[in-house]
Structure formats: C-alpha cells, structure tokens
Design a protein around this ligand. Structure first.
Ligand SMILES: Cc1cc2nc3c(=O)[nH]c(=O)nc-3n(C[C@H](O)[C@H](O)[C@H](O)COP(=O)(O)O)c2cc1C
Length: 416
C-alpha cells in the first residue's frame, strides 16, 4: 500500500535520525596504518623536538619555493593509455651506469641523528635492504667510513670548505670508501635565511657533531642559527665554474652538480663535461623565490640535449610524482624529507616503509598509465593541467613539455 500524499509531505512526522554512523573500532592491537608521506610526517612531528622538526621541515624566507615544489606536481596531468597489458611492469633503470630497482635515490640530508639514534646508519641499512642509492651529506652525523661499511650503494655530497686541503681530503676519503660519485652542491654559497632555525636558535646537542669533519661542533652560544654561522665562517663562497677542474682533479669519480634551476646553467654544466646534474632548489631551503624544480625541468632537459644525465628533487611525495618527473626528462628523482619522516617515525624500518611505499605507488601509477617500463615513460605520458601556465613557458627557454603534449598556447611560443 502506498503512502498517502500527506504522509510524504508531513515534516512533523517521525524525525529522521541525525546521529552520526558510529566509527568502526580498530581491532585490538591494530594501529592505523601509515599510507602516505603525510602520515609519516605527522608521526615524526609528534616524536621530534620542535627545533629538530622545524630544521627538517622548514625552508627559506616565506617558504614559497618550498610549497611551490609540491604544487608544481599538480600542474601536470597524466595521459594514461589503456589496454596495453600491464601484468609485467618493470621499474628498473640505471643512473650513471648504476643499476637501480626503481628510480628513487636518497638525497643528502644533514644531521640525521637528530631523528634517530643511529641516524645515517639506519638510513643506509634501509637503503641497502632495498638496493637504493644513498647520497651522504658532507655534514652527516655518522662518519662516511661507517656508512660505507653497511655496503649500501653510495655517492658523496661535497660542500667546498675555505680550507681547500680539508675539501681535498674529504674527496679522497670518499673515493677510498667506495663512494661512486661526487655530488657537488652548487646552490649554497651562503646558507639560505631559514626563519624557523633563526627563531629556534638552531644548534646541535653537545654530543653530536659533523662526523666527517673531525666531529667539529657547531659554534656555541649562537644568537640565531648556528648552522648559518658555521657556513658563514667555513664555507667557500668564492666557488666558480673554473673550480670544477680542480674538483675533478681530486679523484677519478664522476661529478654531479646539485642545485641547477636554469637552462643557462644546465648548458654550462654540460659544456664542462659533468656527468650529471640535479635540478634542485635544495628543497626550498636556499633562495626563496626560486622556481619549483618540476616547472624548470623541461627547460633544463632542452638545454642539456642528452649530454649528461638529469635528476630532480624537491616535493616528490608520491610514486605518481616520479612518473611525472621521468616524463619531463629526469632519469630518476631524489627524496629528502620523506625518508627523514620515516627515520624519525620508526628508524630503519620507517625509511624502509617509505621506500617501499614509493616503489609500490610507482608500480601502480605506471600500470594505470599503461607504461610497462621506465623507458616507456616519455613526454606523451603527461600534459599541462587545464588552465595552468608553467612559468618557464614565458622565457622561451623551454617548451618541451608543451610541445610533447601537443599544446602550445599561442603567444607563448619560443620565438615570441
Ligand atoms: C633537513 C635537510 C637537510 C639537508 N641537508 C643537505 C645537505 O647537507 N647537503 C645538500 O646538498 N642538500 C641538503 N638538503 C637538500 C636535499 O638534498 C634535497 O635537495 C631536498 O631535501 C629535496 O627536497 P624534498 O625534501 O622536498 O624531497 C637537505 C634537506 C633537508 C630537508
């Protein structure tokens, strides 16, 4: 029997229950799983002292570049292909001839013992377990020889000190310690102005020092960031392109420049026969206002024209981000904060979990994009998101991404 019209329209009748549906309780002993880098960051934030969390999380100035690095990944969409058969997806690749299980590398990050007692050692063990390459910072809190003893695939990141003999000694120790390349960071003639560290008067605990530099402590009683003070006094800000020959002469290792964000510098790097460049703005920690790395990648790839390998870091937080970076010209990406959050949240196991998440998400993203191998990820895999205009398009330096996507807005072609 149907309801009468009155019953259907009578709002004074039996009220609808507006109680929320009860949340299903997690089973006993079951914890909410961490399913994203944000989840690891939240766990790290709960565990770390504010000074350490701010040091890891923060950027320079207004942190505009820091957030742009992340935003830039939202400016590209996928062009997925279907019905290609994705029962076998291979993530394997090589970088400078080094085979890799998937194109993700651990970026050099300083002071990892602020996150975990074992610091860089825990990171190295996790990387070794998964066959992932690690780049060790000059200012690590574990000596490079101890990291080498884990057997991890490794490169050494170099800061050039005013004391050139100390710099030369670092490079020869790296070569003797089986580090496979020197990664010269070129975006740090001075340390960027990191307001969080200034506010917190960032300093290392007394028992922690820069282990590759005879455990030199940071300057004491610093008003403001003691790391900035250290850089100001010890770091060589006079470095130029001419010094690359000297750095090359210190070892037979390949040379990679980290911190390039323009086509001009990428071209110069290739002219100087470097083996690779890392498109990086130091995770937004140096020049605030520098462009997002993904935005300048097409310009850099155009300028290099295949003369050296290109890597990218900054804001990579998901496996699908790796697909976008590879599509726009990177051979692999580096991650910084994501593994620091893993390290702080759960030590070695946390770094492992973060790397596994990147690997599994990358495999899924490739399958959903219909790309069965890294070499199948080319410019046709992405297009600019509707309504976005990457900044590099205005300068005529790039355009690769637009051209590949078959979309060059009129008025923005390279000749104009
Ligand atoms: C806490 C921290 C310390 C870092 N230390 C170094 C360093 O010692 N040398 C260096 O070349 N880059 C350093 N970087 C920059 C990273 O190598 C990398 O460029 C950056 O973290 C990538 O951005 P992401 O954190 O968004 O992944 C550091 C970054 C962070 C977050």
């Amino acid at each position: 029997m149907g309801a009468s019209e009155d019953q259907l329209t009578d709002i004074s009748a039996e009220p609808l229950k507006d109680e929320p549906i009860p949340d299903l309780p997690l089973g006993e002993g079951v914890h909410e799983r961490r399913v994203s880098i944000d989840d690891f960051e939240a766990a790290a934030r709960r565990k770390l002292p504010k000074m350490a969390y701010d040091y890891y999380a923060g950027g320079a100035g207004d942190e505009w570049t820091l957030s742009e690095n992340r935003e830039a990944f939202g400016r590209w969409v996928f062009r997925p292909r279907v019905l290609v058969g994705v029962s076998n997806v291979s993530l394997e690749t090589t970088v400078l001839g080094v085979p890799m299980p998937f194109p993700v590398i651990l970026a050099p990050t300083a002071f990892q013992r602020l996150a975990d007692r074992d610091g860089e050692l825990a990171t190295a063990r996790a990387a070794k377990a998964l066959g992932v390459l690690l780049v060790l910072s000059t200012i690590s809190t574990v000596p490079m020889e101890e990291v080498a003893a884990t057997g991890v695939d490794r490169w050494f990141q170099l800061y050039v000190m005013k004391d050139r003999s100390l710099t030369a000694h670092l490079v020869s120790r790296a070569e003797a310690g089986g580090y496979g390349a020197i990664v010269l960071t070129v975006d740090t003639p001075h340390l960027g102005r990191r307001l969080r560290d200034e506010r917190n008067s960032f300093a290392l605990p007394p028992e922690m020092g820069m282990a590759n530099l005879q455990d030199v402590p940071l300057p004491e009683d610093a008003d403001g960031s003691s790391l900035a003070k250290y850089f100001g006094s010890e770091h060589d800000e006079s470095l130029t392109w001419d010094d690359l020959a000297w750095i090359r002469s210190l070892s037979s290792l390949p040379l990679v420049l980290k911190g390039i964000v323009t086509g001009e510098d990428a071209r110069l790097a290739a002219d100087h026969d470097v083996d690779g460049i890392i498109v990086s703005n130091h995770g937004g920690r140096q020049l605030d206002g520098a462009p997002a790395t993904l935005d300048v990648l097409p310009e850099v790839a155009d300028a290099v024209g295949g003369r050296c390998e290109i890597l990218l870091d900054g804001g990579v937080r998901r496996g699908s981000d790796v697909v976008k970076a590879v599509a726009l010209g990177a051979k692999a990406v580096l991650i910084g904060r994501p593994y620091l959050w893993g390290l702080a949240a759960a030590g070695e196991a946390g770094v492992r979990a973060v790397l596994e998440m990147f690997r599994d998400e990358l495999e899924l993203a490739m399958a959903l994009c219909g790309r069965r191998s890294i070499s199948e990820i080319d410019g046709s895999a992405v297009a600019p998101a509707p309504g976005t205009v990457p900044t590099w398009a205005f300068r005529g330096g790039g355009g690769t991404g637009f051209r590949r996507a078959g979309f060059v807005p009129s008025g923005m072609r390279e000749s104009e």
